[in-house]
Design a protein around this ligand. Structure first.
Ligand code: FAD
Length: 405
């Protein structure tokens, strides 16, 4: 069932029920009831997350936003769009296209992920260099708190300095503080024309020079990934895709073809059981984690190399967005999942800075200082005192309270 397992097929849940509210009032009624009854709830968007954040761990109810997907308002002059949280990212771009506008983020999962899930995970993607982090484009949110209270902070003003920015508390909260039901987002003028170049490089260090040069010359998006069948006479170890605005419109079709290579990567790599990690690394270490993990898995006797068909690990690959240092690390495994996990974790979390979910909640303290983690726990306690919102995720040892405890 699509609501019980995720893209990686590593996380599997057995929720007693999956609910499909189609209005803020219904979300409020559901949470109010669950709060009274101490029933735990997992908000679920498009279920494209790769760390099990939207999957139930024990008996949590899954609350899917997939039927809550209407556009509420759009101002073509300011570009402020207000929509339900369950709107699919790509459908928002389709809506904006006739207005020559686009969403502030774009990612491989855009045909399935929802804007509410994008906000809850503070997703990055291929527009990061151009428009900056998503939180900068979030004008306001409507949220239902754990006890059913509706908080309407759907401002459409670009500048709002009236006190705390409550909406920002929920950006990156991974469903642990409440359910995002409405999103006010800044959209941007669409590029009239764009061009895409694919550059082959021999050493991963050369990525930094490519980034430096293109940032000086162009406003760009950049992705880096390992080889498949590509339009080069000789194979190279690494390829960089660069998109720039302002070229001749006749190149549009070639642009789409080049992007198709990049967008195929996750599905090509994730045909078997796949361990997926979404890491943020300094640019000078962007690809090292892939090489280090290959070596580590070889030392553990779990991986031999690309042409071996027997060992538990079939493939260790990395690709991502060089502009924001976001590496998607995928490890395809044939068997011995537990041994593989023991070999690479907790080692891998010393490198990571985002995407916590259920996969990594015990490692939050490696990425955040004790004072920050303490403050996060206080916020959780204030907004969700019975701990029903997405328990066992994000925060270490933040368990839900059962009735009477
Ligand atoms: P889900 O997977 O359903 O949920 C993710 C988390 O958000 C869960 O903790 C869930 O409880 C919570 N949540 C979902 N909706 C709500 C809501 N309405 N209110 C409160 N909490 C909610 N991520 C990137 O950052 N950059 C990338 O470039 C990128 N590329 C990807 C490419 C592919 C092919 C795939 C499969 C994934 C990629 N991802 C990427 C990861 C994922 O797509 C994003 O994290 C996405 O933002 C998740 O959105 P979703 O709607 O699928 O959320």
């Amino acid at each position: 069932m699509p609501y019980c397992t995720d893209f990686t097929r590593v996380f599997r849940g057995q929720p007693p029920v999956v609910l499909f509210p189609s209005s803020t009032a219904q979300v409020s009624q559901i949470l109010g009831y669950c709060h009274q009854q101490h029933l735990a709830v997992v908000p679920q968007g498009g279920n494209t997350g790769v760390v099990g954040g939207g999957i139930s761990v024990f008996d949590e109810i899954v609350l899917s936003l997939s039927r809550f997907n209407q556009i509420r308002t759009f101002d073509p002059i300011s570009g402020a769009l207000v929509c339900d949280a369950g709107c699919i990212l790509q459908s928002l771009d389709t809506f904006l296209a006739p207005h020559q506008r686009c969403m502030p983020l774009d990612l491989g999962a855009k045909g399935t992920c929802q804007i509410g899930g994008n906000v809850a995970t503070h997703a990055g993607g291929i527009h990061f260099i151009k428009f900056g982090p998503l939180r900068g484009s979030i004008l306001g949110l409507e949220v239902v708190l754990a006890d059913g209270r509706i908080v309407n902070a759907l401002s459409t003003a670009q500048k709002d300095n009236t006190g705390y920015n409550v909406s920002q508390w929920f950006v990156g909260s991974e469903g642990t503080l409440g359910v995002i039901t409405g999103v006010a987002v800044q959209t941007y003028p669409q590029a009239q024309h764009k061009s895409v170049a694919m550059v082959a490089i021999n050493q991963v260090d050369q990525l930094r020079s490519v980034l430096g040069l293109t940032q000086q010359q162009l406003l760009t998006t950049q992705s880096a990934f390992p080889p498949r069948t590509l339009p080069f006479a000789q194979p190279h170890p690494y390829y960089v895709l660069i998109e720039a605005e302002g070229a001749d419109e006749t190149v549009a079709q070639e642009c789409d073809n080049l992007w198709a290579y990049r967008e195929l990567i996750p599905s090509l790599l994730a045909t078997k059981m796949t361990l997926a990690y979404d890491l943020t690394l300094p640019l000078d270490q962007f690809y090292s984690i892939v090489e280090i993990l290959r070596q580590r898995l070889q030392e553990c006797g779990l991986y031999v190399g690309p042409n071996d068909h027997q060992s538990p690990v079939e493939l260790v690959a990395g690709f991502g967005h060089f502009g924001d240092g976001n590496v998607h690390l995928l490890i395809s495994i044939r068997c011995a999942e537990q041994q593989v996990l023991e070999c690479i974790e907790p080692f891998i979390y010393d490198w990571t800075k985002h995407g916590i979910g259920q996969a990594k909640s015990q490692y939050l303290t490696r990425a955040r200082s004790p004072a920050v983690v303490a403050l996060m726990k206080q916020m959780k306690q204030m907004l969700d005192p019975t701990g029903i919102m997405n328990p066992y995720k994000l925060l270490p040892a933040c368990q839900r309270r059962t009735a009477g405890s």
